[in-house]
Write a protein that binds this ligand. Sequence first.
Ligand code: TRP
Ligand code: SF4
Length: 400
Amino acid sequence: MFDDRVLSGMRPTGALHLGHYHGVLKNWIKLQHEHHCLYFVADWHALTTHYDTPEIIEDNVWDMLIDWLAAGVDPAQATLFIQSRVREHAELHLLMSMITPLGWLERVPTYKDQQEKLSEKDLSTYGFLGYPLLQSADILIYRANLVPVGDDQVPHIEFTREIARRFNHVFGRDPGFEEKAESAIKKLGAKRGKLYRELRTRYQEQGDDEALESARALLEEAANLSMGDRERLFGYLEGGGKMILSEPQALLTEASRMPGLDGHKMSKSYNNTITLREDSASVNQKIRTMPTDPARVRRTDPGDPEKCPVWQFHLVYTDDKTQKWAEQGCKSAGIGCIECKQPVIEAIQKELAPINERAQAYLDDPTLVRNIIADGNDRARKIAKETMRDVRESMGLDYS
Ligand code: TRP
Ligand code: SF4
């Protein structure tokens, strides 16, 4: 559906690598053709864990944006922006904090996990506890309905849904809401109005999710409804309240099959990456020194591709014919490991050549990225401001 609004963000933590490319960026690039997409640099989120080295964030922000653009994220199709440049995120975060139970934040699994994992840092801060709430603000302020993330982020999306629901419940009741909803139902026409009521009753009395879905579809299709009436009727389905913030869904990104050079997950902290801007010589050097099946001590020892990380690279990078050649050659000791690695080296070099070329253009002229972001910040801010107007109004903060 073109009405879908997709939002995702990445913390600026250093040069992106092939794991990011195959796991995240290719998906973003695909989605930008299908939906209205907003992609942003979560620099405030970086600060929650790197508050002691804020000076590294700036370079990482611009480098990461160059990586996105070089990989093929297209600013003519997607809106690219920087979180800290749309200050409305902070206001929404603050306002939502008023109704966020501490227990909800403490129970988010990443809270304790990350504190344990990054035990060398003091993460017993208010900012770090609030990480998922800031993420909720990022999502809800754009009324995004789809959020492409890896499975580690699913609890954060679930948390966001709960916060949206709670917010609507607490602040979504404007006086005279029932009457307004009733008169909006009349605008649906007799037949559809009746159906809407039936579906609403079925959902509210029996918790029938299908009825809820059908009623939502009915509202989507009702072309004559104003924006306000439609939202009112969406809210009326689920309770008394008007829907101010809408619940997003996680769009689960398939786990990348791309391992690191040592066969473990590709990650900067394992020092097993190939970055998006690795040059040809370095790709060659890194793959050539990659470990292989330890059974192949001598050239004449047969091996087993299943025990070799290079084979995983073949599965991502080479065609069936090459894979057969490698598999047979390995098992029969018909080829050497260096020979086996050659098609992988060439495929990665070929993949990275145009990325490097595009990156170079952005490195040569830093104003290009600055302009793209200035434009994206403006577009994002415009949407964020609209949501904030509704939020302030619903909370009674629109006095002057
Ligand atoms: N927490 C996300 C991560 O570490 C980054 C992020 C921040 C994000 N805000 C977001 C992702 C909003 C999706 C939507 O990957
Ligand atoms: Fe790995 Fe290829 Fe060597 Fe077999 S021949 S061990 S698959 S690099």
